[in-house]
Write a protein that binds this ligand. Structure first.
Ligand code: GAL
Length: 768
């Protein structure tokens, strides 16, 4: 084993270890991003106006009365609710000639404009330079129908011009005007980066970390494979590669190694860096390539994953929901989720008539005929002891009394989901142990449907040869199954929806053994193009009517992206959860843009009625057959799970469960964190305090404790001084760190904590 940086030559050659220099470094409190040089920041001072007038492209047009807008977030999030169609952005900026002077390669200028939802034309000083991510030559006339064709919302805009292009006014003020067209949902510019720079060394030499995720071996070794590319066709780059790792808490160096690289055109080299550290310590790896002739550097950095969740003990521990809702006569299925050294023996006292527990696997099945509240004592025993837990079974009308926890195929497989992948997900719930922490649902999203047959029965496509058999297989694992459809004629993926077949579909779902339905607005937009209140509710009421007629408890999940403030009426249509936002992706912008605006929905959440800020984006995701490891940093992933737990959000894992790594597993198996999500009081957290980019969210728990999230939305570590007043509490409280599951001592009046960039401290304050 090489504890350093190893270079992987092509397979047929010998693996080579390059020189390792252990260099003591001055302590650096440096777990934050370093600004890049020679770039003009384009992320501020944009002017914005709705509507469309080609005169707004002109350099001399007076936009002083236009609104200011952030280009990094869509316009709906900045007060332009439900704005579809045209709007314009304008920015004035001096482009200094020093950009060329300072560049090593002086040919071309690039203008990066984040992403634009959906279509754009970009003008520089009144001249069109690009359209829908494509650069256009001088004197191209703007096409009036540039917004026809497939949406370009997810494409990064990068417009490259030759340095001598007459449309650039060097050393003078330039006006960039963007004509944006949004065809529905969120609209306008968003994401990052927004900058102007020369195409220079960093555009030719790049680090790539996407090939693999961090690997853990033993208790102290963390490895990461990375590649360095020279993508230039003709430039040869020679220089020094430095890789170093520093702890984030005290800045101490963990590792440093340097090596000379000679990179001919079109070359890429793959290395593995091996760092020995305490797994629970946050650290950052810094990568620098310093090119010899220019003296210029290309930098990158990576947060290393750190594991906070303690491993489950040998003695039994019972996890999962402590309250469970069921309707009279519905098939009952509740699995006692428990960790501990096998074999475990399960028993339950006080089960109502009609139910029985399977002693060897903890599955409670049967049916209850009488409405009522039943107090049950669960017991799990092994050779290390016995654990007990109270479970309240409420037999009545309301189900999903705690937020559903499970897996959904969309964020990983997109439309390439198949029977095999769904079965594998179920099997992985068992083999990875997720099932022992309360994870239950295996949900198929879009992509399983064929047409309705002549009797109105929905058929499955060839990827799902036998849905009923698949459902009973998932049930046999102790899990539940979910499915997806749309009230429209077509789903968002273009498959057959439920429109006019609602009753038949509901019956088919029940017959197959479905336990969860995600019902996605999609093409219903064609039936109700400008839906009023009644029209928004109608299709959801319709399906609910038929779901209620089947003898099965089917969690009813609305997906219509928050239209008409669904959180205010989701319970009226008897939904169990409703999406409050558009789709999430694995970026900080998306995660924070969704997660931190949930306060307005909070008062409407209650047991059986959950706000759904969309599914989880940790692990290997991809929305299609080609997967990548989540782009969220480890801190951001802790923020994701902590915030979703505080928000009492449905937790639906959206990754490939056959490739779960130790870090992701640590995120998904922390029973104290999950207990916050599953707290039986069912009260969603509120934002209790906010100062700049620091926020405190507080969730009241059933036993009178408070779950507290301290969030740092900046890119620097931040000390947060918390006054108990902010949390609306007084007196002496015992503070516990939910992730490390350690008591931190008593607090009174105030306490201070360091929170990592984009990171969180998730605490539980227990009354003394
Ligand atoms: C979207 C929905 C996604 C996914 C997709 C399937 O509208 O928000 O979560 O279900 O449709 O086509």
């Amino acid at each position: 084993m090489n504890y350093g940086l190893t270079y992987q030559k092509p397979r047929f050659m010998k693996k080579l270890t390059i020189g390792l220099f252990a260099i003591a470094l001055a302590a650096l409190m440096a777990c934050h991003r370093t600004p890049s040089e020679n770039k003009l920041d384009l992320s501020v001072q944009w002017k914005f106006h709705t509507g469309d007038d080609i005169a707004w492209s002109g350099a001399s047009f007076d936009d002083s009365k236009w609104d200011l807008i952030k280009p990094t977030d869509n316009w709906e999030n900045q007060g332009y609710k439900n704005l579809d169609g045209f709007a314009w952005y304008r920015l004035r900026i001096v482009i200094p000639h020093s950009l060329i002077d300072d560049a090593y390669i002086k040919d071309s200028l690039q203008i990066k404009l984040g992403k634009i939802d959906d279509y754009d034309q970009v003008f520089l000083n009144g001249e069109l330079i690009g359209e829908n991510a494509k650069v256009l030559p001088v004197n191209t006339e703007p096409r009036p129908d540039f917004f026809n064709g497939p949406s370009r919302w997810d494409v990064s805009r990068r417009y490259v011009l030759a340095a001598n292009d007459p449309r650039i006014h060097w050393d003078k003020e330039n006006v960039i005007s963007v004509r944006a067209y949004d065809s529905g949902g969120a609209g306008g510019m968003f994401s990052k980066p927004f900058e102007i720079s020369m195409i220079d060394l960093p555009d030719h030499v790049m680090f790539d970390f996407s090939q693999s995720n961090f690997k853990f071996s033993g208790d102290t070794l963390v490895s990461k494979q990375f590649a360095i590319y020279n993508i230039s066709q003709n430039e040869d780059f020679r220089g020094l590669l430095t890789v170093k790792a520093n702890r984030c808490d005290n800045g101490n160096a963990l590792f440093k190694q340097e090596t000379i690289l000679d990179m001919s055109p079109n070359l890429h080299m793959v290395f593995t860096v091996n760092v020995i550290k305490d797994l629970s310590v946050p650290a950052t790896i810094y990568f620098t390539f310093k090119e010899n002739s220019s003296g210029k550097e290309v930098n990158a950095q990576l947060e290393m994953p750190y594991i906070l969740t303690p491993k489950p003990g040998k003695a039994p521990r019972i996890n999962g929901a402590s309250v469970f809702g069921v309707r009279p006569w519905s098939p009952f299925q509740y699995l006692v989720a428990a960790t501990g050294e096998p074999p475990l023996a399960y028993s339950a006292e006080g089960l109502p008539e009609g139910l029985r527990i399977h002693a060897d696997n903890g599955l409670i099945t049967g049916a209850i005929s009488k409405k009522g509240e039943y107090k049950v004592k669960l017991k799990v025993t092994n050779s290390f002891g016995t654990a007990e837990k109270d479970l309240t079974i409420k037999c009545g009308e309301l189900i999903s009394l705690t937020p559903p926890m499970g897996w959904n195929s969309w964020n990983v497989w997109g439309l390439s989901v198949s029977d095999k992948k769904v079965r594998q997900a179920g099997e992985a719930f068992v083999s990875s142990g997720l099932i022992s922490h309360g994870w239950t649902y295996i949900n198929i999203d879009d992509g399983w449907e064929d047409t309705h047959d002549k009797n109105g029965n929905i058929l499955t496509n060839s990827k799902f040869p036998d849905m009923k058999a698949m459902c009973s297989y998932i049930h046999s694992l102790g899990l539940k199954v979910g499915i997806y459809s749309s009230p429209g004629p077509k789903t968002c993926g273009g498959f057959e929806g439920s429109y006019t077949f609602e009753e038949k579909d509901a019956r088919n779902y029940a017959d197959w053994g479905i336990d969860y339905l995600k019902y996605d607005w999609c093409s219903y937009g064609g039936i109700a193009p400008n839906p009023n209140d009644r029209e928004l509710k109608f299709p959801y009421r319709e399906m609910r009517k038929y779901l209620r007629k089947v003898n099965r408890d089917i969690h009813y999940s609305l997906c219509q992206y928050g239209m008409g403030e669904v959180w205010k009426w989701g319970n009226e249509v008897d939904a169990n959860s409703w999406r409050t936002t558009g789709d999430i992706d694995d970026s900080w912008e998306s995660l924070s843009g969704i997660g931190f605006v949930q306060d307005a929905c909070s008062p409407y959440s209650a047991p059986g009625r959950w706000n759904d800020p969309d599914m989880l984006v940790v692990g290997w995701v991809g929305w299609g057959p080609h997967l990548h490891y989540t782009k969220l940093t480890p801190n951001e992933q802790y923020t994701h799970i902590s915030l979703w737990s505080l928000l009492a959000a449905p937790l639906l894992i959206g990754c490939d469960l056959t490739q779960l790594d130790a870090f992701t597993l640590n995120l998904l198996t922390n029973d104290e964190v999950l207990a916050i999500n599953q707290d039986p009081l069912g009260k969603q957290a509120r934002q209790a305090w906010k100062s700049g980019e620091c926020q405190i969210w507080v969730r009241e728990l059933a036993d009178g404790s408070k779950a507290i999230g301290l969030f740092n939305l900046t890119e620097q570590p931040l000390p947060v001084n918390v006054k108990l007043d902010y949390l609306g509490i007084k007196g002496k409280w015992m503070m516990r760190d939910a992730w490390t599951q350690k008591d931190l001592g008593f607090v009174q009046t105030h306490f201070e904590m360091n929170v990592l960039p984009h990171g969180v401290k998730l605490l539980v304050l227990r009354k003394n």
